[in-house]
Design a binder for this molecule. Structure first.
Ligand code: F6P
Length: 499
């Protein structure tokens, strides 16, 4: 809970040992919207399985491999049903099975209302400072309630009356904890909220904010990336009838306690560092350097899902401003703007694609030369070895989120830089900026200032680079994904009997 505490585990083996102590013979069940492995039919008709894209699934999979148990998630692949047993279960990861994946089936309409609707057009913008106006529709809220109830049924069946620890992920399941608490008296509930928690005045915009708070308060332990998100949650919850704050991070009503504190998420540092040192990654570095003409150039990298919270337009504006004030950099700088398309069923995301394309074309028309365009848009789901190769090729990695719970790109970049080179420029509105001591932070809304910072970094060459990288990498290596899940398991309350 308290982030100053020593890490309770920092390797997979240590986490396995800690899990044996804390979980004992209880069943460990994690729940998320996105599943870690997706089965789909390839063009030749054969079934292929791939790991889902996204920080949450990658991080949680490392933890589940060490802890074991059952992961309940939406079965979204077009070959998921035929690749699971009659109950919707399959052992994963493929080739080295360590836990069960329990798929939950949703209709297109349900997914549209719950995921594209309430989760991503209401809660997502609400929790990210409402820079894009949240949309609240009764039908979306109804679908969200129904899907939360569907997952409650699925988790209850998985538990089957046993003693269990249920670990719920994210804003897709705000109602699940309270629903489950009534149905599963022998379970403890942990919930990690992977995105920011809104400021009080913004939370009140949501017509159903009291129901959401009430749902989340079904947990025993609730985790946020930073202490200030946790404090905002405690303030909002303690305004509900009967609830009051107790101690540093507790809430209480009629003798029932909820702990709401900071547990900053992380990555499998050693795993990523080793993958970045592999021959596969070396080959990707060569390939991408040639493909984008990076040799001898100053390479600025931005890499995210294409999402309006990530400050992708602000990054483009900063590079535009940099090249406008320093025309001598034309032909000497490449800005790689890499982003996987995401949530494209939602109009705000589709509009962002068009605006990005226009801004990129304008920038290249203004500052391009006959032989080179400064901004390169890479709009595809890259293989992880290519993501790591881009990190290795960057002189500067710019994380420009307007608001971001943590931002794991920042940590992955550090893990990939075994050469202790490169610079991380980090938006001050990320959990990573709060957590990483000594990181170079900036305000992404101030694009002219970002342009100046990029210029200064190019001028300063390698000065101080290795020292900063060594210190930042040391922090992430110690506070890795095993430490994250270990600190959450450390907070697991003792067994409850029909409370
Ligand atoms: O950052 C919040 C989050 O839900 C993560 O937990 C997840 O990895 C990412 O967004 C991707 O979201 P989606 O599953 O909607 O693609």
């Amino acid at each position: 809970m308290d982030t100053a505490r020593p890490v309770p585990a920092s390797t997979r083996a240590e986490l396995g040992e800690l899990a044996r102590q804390r979980i004992g013979d209880r069943l460990f069940v994690s729940v998320s919207n996105r599943e870690p492995f997706v089965h789909s039919r390839g063009p030749d008709g054969t079934i292929q399985v791939r790991a889902a894209v996204g920080g949450l699934t990658l991080a949680l999979n490392s933890a589940m491999e060490a802890v074991g148990g059952v992961w309940v998630a939406h079965g979204s692949g077009d070959a998921d049903r035929e690749s699971s047993d009659a109950q919707g279960r399959v052992r994963v990861p493929p080739g080295r099975p360590a836990y069960d994946l329990q798929r939950v089936w949703l209709t297109e309409d349900e997914n549209d209302g719950y995921y594209n609707g309430f989760a991503n057009q209401a809660l997502w913008p609400l929790c990210h400072n409402a820079y894009v106006k949240p949309i609240f529709r009764e039908a979306h809220w109804r679908a969200y309630r129904e899907v939360n109830a569907r997952f409650a049924g699925a988790v209850e069946r998985v538990i089957g009356g046993r003693d269990a620890i249920v670990f719920i992920q994210d804003y897709h399941f705000a109602l699940l904890p309270s629903l489950l608490r009534r149905r599963c008296p022998n379970a403890a509930f942990l919930h990690f909220w992977h995105i920011p928690w809104p400021l009080p005045d913004i939370l009140r915009i949501c017509p159903w904010h009291a129901e959401i708070l009430d749902g989340i308060l079904g947990n025993d332990v609730l985790g946020f990336h930073t202490p200030h998100y946790a404090a905002r949650f405690r303030d909002a919850a303690s305004a509900l009838p009967g609830w009051r704050c107790v101690g540093a991070c507790g809430l209480e009503r009629e003798g029932r306690a909820v702990r709401a504190g900071a547990f900053p998420i992380s990555i499998d540092f050693d795993g990523i560092s080793a993958a970045a040192a592999s021959a596969e990654c070396d080959a990707a570095v060569e390939r991408l350097r040639d493909r984008y003409g990076l040799a001898g150039k100053f390479v600025v990298l931005g890499l995210d899902r294409i999402d309006y919270t990530k400050g992708v337009l602000e990054r483009l504006a900063a590079v535009d401003s940099l090249l406008a004030s320093h025309p001598d950099l034309r032909g000497k700088l490449v800005f790689l703007n890499a982003g996987a398309p995401s949530r494209t069923a939602i109009p705000a995301y589709r509009e962002l694609h068009s605006v990005m394309d226009l801004a990129t074309a304008r920038l290249n028309a203004r500052h391009g030369t006959a032989v080179s365009a400064p901004a390169v848009s890479i709009k595809e789901h890259l293989h992880f070895s290519e993501v790591l190769a881009l990190y290795r090729l960057a002189d500067v990695c710019v994380v420009s989120s307007l608001e971001d719970g943590m931002n794991l790109v920042a940590k992955e970049f550090l893990a990939a830089r075994n050469d202790e080179r490169g610079r991380l420029l980090l938006s001050e509105f990320t959990g990573a900026a709060w957590e990483l001591p000594g990181a170079e932070c900036f305000n992404p809304f101030d694009t002219d200032h970002l342009a100046d910072r990029l210029y200064a970094l190019r001028e300063s060459g390698d000065a101080g680079q290795a020292e900063t990288m060594r210190s930042l990498r040391g922090h992430v290596r110690a506070h890795n994904i095993y430490a994250w899940i270990g600190s959450i398991l450390d907070a697991v309350p003792p067994r409850r009997r029909g409370r």
